[in-house]
Write a protein that binds this ligand. Structure first.
Ligand SMILES: CC(C)(COP(=O)(O)OP(=O)(O)OC[C@H]1O[C@@H](n2cnc3c(N)ncnc32)[C@H](O)[C@@H]1OP(=O)(O)O)[C@@H](O)C(=O)NCCC(=O)NCCS
Length: 186
């Protein structure tokens, strides 16, 4: 699996990605809204190993991919799409802070929608973020996802209950290029 955008190549993870992935997976700033992390090196190695195993799944349900710069091959972060039910998919992303706020995540996430609707024929793609994760919510809005709801304390991790904002986009909205709406209808 490989996707290409104007500035990025989104490709399968390989064992040699360990150092670049660990650089951000071990950073508490990066993982503060994630259910995992900050990782030890062994945890990142195990993550990459299990994602590589997943590449051979048949039928494949999860695509966890590395996002690299087209020009230099430098690994900026990761993104993924998971086929969670009949024609339903969930996307996610996580980038190295050195490359935040340059539009790379939005570019990669838009490519995941193209893959999900264009190649996998999905009907609905959704994503969640912690309500405090403004950057993640903005990415979802930028790629045309709509705010769908506020999930209250639906998730227990790192010793506490967590809320999420849920965003989604339906196939007809994607193809019509409809605009996103703000959280809580603002
Ligand atoms: C959330 C995250 C993926 C955003 O990545 P990014 O590469 O900065 O996203 P983009 O550059 O595509 O930014 C999209 C928009 O969000 C804005 N934005 C990004 N981070 C922001 C923040 N912390 N606060 C406010 N706005 C933010 C950008 O400025 C941009 O807005 P603009 O188009 O109006 O300029 C990144 O911060 C990250 O990897 N965080 C750690 C992991 C994580 O939380 N993943 C998501 C889990 S749900």
């Amino acid at each position: 699996m490989q996707l290409e955008t104007e500035r990025l190549i989104i490709r399968e993870l390989v064992p040699g990605d360990l150092e670049a992935v660990h650089a951000y997976a071990s950073d508490p700033l990066v993982t503060r809204y994630m259910i995992w992390g900050p990782n030890t090196e062994e945890e990142t190695r195990e993550y990459i190993r299990s994602m590589i195993d997943m590449q051979n799944q048949s039928p494949r349900q999860s695509y966890e991919l590395a996002v690299v710069l087209r020009d230099t091959g430098r690994l900026l972060g990761g993104c993924g799409i998971h086929l969670t039910g009949p024609r339903q998919g969930e996307i996610g992303y996580c980038f190295n802070p050195l490359f935040w706020k340059r539009g790379y995540t939005s570019e990669a996430a838009a490519a995941l929608l193209r893959l999900g609707f264009g190649e996998f024929g999905l009907h609905r793609i959704y994503a969640t973020c912690r309500p405090e994760n403004i950057g993640s919510a903005k990415v979802m809005q930028k790629i045309g996802m709509r705010y769908e709801g506020h999930l209250r304390e639906h998730m227990w991790h790192k010793g506490a209950w967590h809320d999420s904002y849920l965003y989604s986009i339906l196939e007809h909205e994607y193809w019509q290029g409809e605009q996103a709406v703000d959280p809580e209808g603002e």
